[in-house]
Design a protein around this ligand. Structure first.
Ligand code: BF8
Ligand code: SF4
Length: 651
């Protein structure tokens, strides 16, 4: 067992002061928050400490009212089972599966909402959205095995939607067509052998809740198989959400923009879009444009939309909207005193925002019937009312602008320049400039010759526990020294953008392996940049599916197993159940996954063994827990080296 208590001490040891290694501007804003809103994330975290060791190890069970039960994993004479007889491994496995359900259902419901918009557009019931990327629609149809010849776009869209919704609810026991169509062949055949390919997606979720309730599945191995199946449900949700969003809102391409809280502009009406669903944020953008003159009429220079968390990634990738704040910085955006409205939809929206917004003139607006926050104004969004709602939200921002308190405004200087928009299509377009017939060839050749030693996908969240030691930045710095191509999504994309890794002009400020530097330079120059950025921004958390699409393409082109590729995933600052479910899907694909803070499995030796050892022989995946950034980078590089050696490549 990795001693998480020791790891925790190490985190504390590395604090240089109260706010750890956080930059001066962040500290200034945090102090302003402390003074004006009487709360900060670090204070709230400190009040929780020491956090419950049973919870951290995953051995607390509250599935029934004979409990809550907890297991003494250190054998100091305490209980070895719960009242019902459940062992540590049973409890750990059940808890993990329920976490994975939490994440997977978030992504699946997100996907379903997008699919329903596409259905209504194709049926002619909705005219305020449209099919923007027809080529993408046809590509999706082909992946799903739908014949597209001699069919018009609406017909194709309807058939794609039918397959999508049928996957969710199908009554026959055939496997999900999305999972089959989008998964690497070698991984898929392993899943078939393990019997974990889902059929009806919603039923798979219901079953997971059922089997983990009291008095059902007590076999840790059987529960872990259900967990791996839930990872595939998550992959399904991610992929469907991304692909259908591209159809409706466009597939991202290279964009130039700026990152950090300095993108808030004092003379403008600032409206922050926060959450995950582009169906809302796209409309807010549209109406901000239409009502710009209205903002000027009240003395502003115009309307400035800024992006928070994954919605920020969505609108950056498709429109170049500035990437202002990650999930943890959402409250700091309000502390600037210059955000006039913050509109949210679902996921990763902290309840504290209601309290903090109430200390300023800011209007916090919730829009989803199942996501309401005390202190917020609720304006219910639905695709039919999208224009009306978006217009009202923008108008509320304009009105609130007039109530600002100028004495409380503090906006940092120096937005960080960034290039983003690296969808798989965008990456292939760049590679096509070098090799029009076979775009993957230059990428694969450079992996083979070692210029690119391996690819690491760094995904997930900004955990205040790891933010203090700048975990992500330190790990990325180590990886790029070793010629690792880093791709990012989610809030990690915000972190790396703010740290300068997406600014080609800053490459010289970092120690970068010569091979990687040369490749990025050569490819960047194909598109008029001095180099590609050190870190490629591939989108929001659902856009992890883009990484899956790329892995499928590479593995099938080379005809080798995904688990053999020199590729590793990492969630170095994990917060949410969604990050857990994404990680499970990546393990399913056969890719090693690094995490910190430790996944809550270490109280169950059998479950820990399955994830860190046995899985290598099942899917090829491997869980790797390490909470020191430099050591984590070393462990990741070692894993890539082993894969290169096994492939007979230069190590
Ligand atoms: O889905 S990275 S904190 S915003 S969970 Fe949330 Fe984590 Fe951010 Fe996007 Ni993803
Ligand atoms: Fe305790 Fe078993 Fe009930 Fe869990 S299900 S709370 S272990 S009695």
């Amino acid at each position: 067992m990795v001693d998480i208590f020791l790891e925790k001490e190490k985190l504390i040891d590395e604090k240089s002061h109260d706010y750890g290694l956080l930059d001066e501007v962040s500290v200034k804003l945090i102090k302003k928050e402390e003074k004006e809103a009487h709360t900060t994330v670090f204070q709230r975290l400190a009040k929780q400490e020491p956090q419950c060791g049973f919870g951290e190890l995953g051995v607390c069970c509250r599935m029934c009212y004979m409990g809550p039960c907890r297991i003494d994993v250190f054998n100091t004479g305490g209980p070895q089972t719960g009242v019902c007889g459940a062992t540590a491994d049973t409890i750990v496995a059940r808890n993990l599966l329920r976490e994975t359900v939490g994440g997977a259902s978030s992504h699946v419901e997100h996907a379903q909402e997008i699919a329903e918009i596409l259905r209504d557009v194709a049926e002619g019931k909705l005219d305020n959205y449209k099919i923007t990327d027809k080529e993408k629609l046809i590509a999706i149809a082909k992946n799903l095995g739908i014949v597209t010849e001699n069919k018009d776009v609406r017909q194709i869209a309807l058939e794609v939607v039918e397959v999508s919704l049928n996957d969710l609810y199908k009554l026959d026991k055939t496997p999900s067509r999305w999972i089959k169509g989008y998964s690497p062949k070698s991984s898929y055949s392993k899943w078939e052998k393990l019997g974990i390919v889902p059929t009806n997606i919603w039923q798979t979720i219901t079953n997971a809740m059922h089997r983990t309730s009291m008095g059902n599945d007590a076999d840790p191995v059987n529960i872990m198989l259900a967990d791996l199946r839930m990872g595939l449900v998550d992959g399904f949700g991610l992929t469907m959400a991304t692909e259908l969003s591209d159809v409706l809102f466009g597939t991202p391409n290279l964009v130039h923009s700026y990152a950090n809280l300095a993108t808030i502009k004092e003379e403008y009406v600032n409206i922050a879009v926060h959450g995950h669903n582009p169906a809302l944020s796209e409309k807010v953008l549209e109406w901000a444009d239409k009502l710009n003159d209205q903002a000027k009429a009240v003395g502003a220079k115009g309307i400035n939309i800024i992006g928070v968390c994954c919605t920020g990634n969505e609108v950056l990738m498709r429109h170049g909207i500035p990437l202002a704040a990650n999930e943890m910085q959402a409250e700091l955006a309000l502390i600037t005193g210059a955000v006039d409205a913050m509109v949210v939809d679902f996921q990763c929206i902290w309840p504290i925002l209601g309290q903090v917004a109430s200390c300023y003139h800011t209007k916090l607006i919730t829009t989803v019937p199942y996501v309401k926050i005390p202190g917020a104004t609720h304006i219910e969004f639905s695709p039919e009312k999208a224009d009306e709602v978006a217009k009202k939200i923008v108008e509320m921002g304009i009105e609130a602008y007039q109530n600002r308190n100028p004495t409380r405004i503090f906006i940092p200087d120096h937005p960080e320049e960034i290039y983003a928009g690296f969808s798989v299509e965008a990456i292939l377009n760049i590679l096509k400039k070098v090799s029009p017939e076979d775009p993957l060839k230059p990428l694969i050749d450079n992996i083979i010759n070692g210029n690119i030693y391996g690819i690491v996908a760094i995904v997930g969240c900004p955990n205040p526990k790891t933010r203090k030691i700048l975990f992500t930045e330190r790990m990325v710095k180590e990886l790029i020294k070793h010629n690792i191509l880093v791709v990012v999504t989610g809030c990690i994309a915000h972190i790396t953008a703010q740290a300068g890794f997406m600014n080609p002009k800053k490459i010289k400020e970092f120690e970068v392996g010569e091979g990687l530097k040369a490749v990025l330079k050569a490819l960047g120059q194909q598109i008029g940049l001095e180099s590609l950025p050190l870190v490629l921004h591939m989108g929001s958390c659902v856009d992890n599916s883009r990484i899956g699409v790329l892995l499928k393409a590479i593995s099938e082109k080379l005809n080798i197993d995904v688990s053999a590729l020199p590729v590793v995933g990492s969630a170095p600052e994990l917060i949410t159940e969604k990050a857990v479910s994404i990680g499970t899907w990546v393990l399913d694909l056969g890719v090693p996954v690094h995490v910190c803070p430790p996944l809550r499995v270490q109280g169950g030796p059998q479950v820990t063994n399955i994830l860190t050892k046995d899985l290598k022989n099942l899917t090829g995946g491997e869980l790797y827990i390490e909470c020191n950034p430099e050591k984590a980078a070393k462990g990741i590089v070692e894993r890539i080296k082993n894969k290169r050696v096994a492939l007979g490549l230069k190590a």
